[in-house]
Design a protein around this ligand. Structure first.
Ligand code: FES
Length: 115
């Protein structure tokens, strides 16, 4: 599994998210204590893109139809989405946060799996 640099650790405040396009895939990374959680930033309900401001009080709130995903697990709690957000592995190396490099095909697979 290939890891790619996402951002410096110090740019994150607690509970705050950052979104970047990595290899054509939007990725949301959120700081949770000493850990970082990374998800493909596309809602599995109807594929709205999740933005940095979607992260609030331990949830990632979809702007499409209001699904609320737990930041810690990516699990939906409202019932619009039938599957978790796609999680990517994270690692801290020195002063930087790294994430598992997403494959571009992951978006096509998400749409097929949720259609
Ligand atoms: S697209 Fe996210 S809740 Fe519908």
């Amino acid at each position: 599994m290939e890891m790619v640099r996402f951002a410096r650790v110090k740019v994150f405040a607690e509970g705050m998210g950052r979104v970047k396009i990595i290899r054509g895939v939007p990725v949301l990374v959120v700081k949770r204590g000493d850990e970082f959680k990374a998800y493909v930033a596309v809602c599995p309900h109807k594929w709205y893109v999740l933005c940095e401001r979607a992260v609030k009080d331990g949830f990632i709130i979809c702007p499409g139809h209001g699904e609320r995903f737990k930041v810690d697990t990516g699990e939906p709690t409202v019932g619009k989405a039938k599957s978790n957000l796609i999680e990517l592995k994270t690692a801290i190396k020195g002063n930087d946060v790294y994430i598992e490099a997403p494959q571009r095909s992951i978006l096509e697979e998400l749409v097929k799996a949720t259609t």
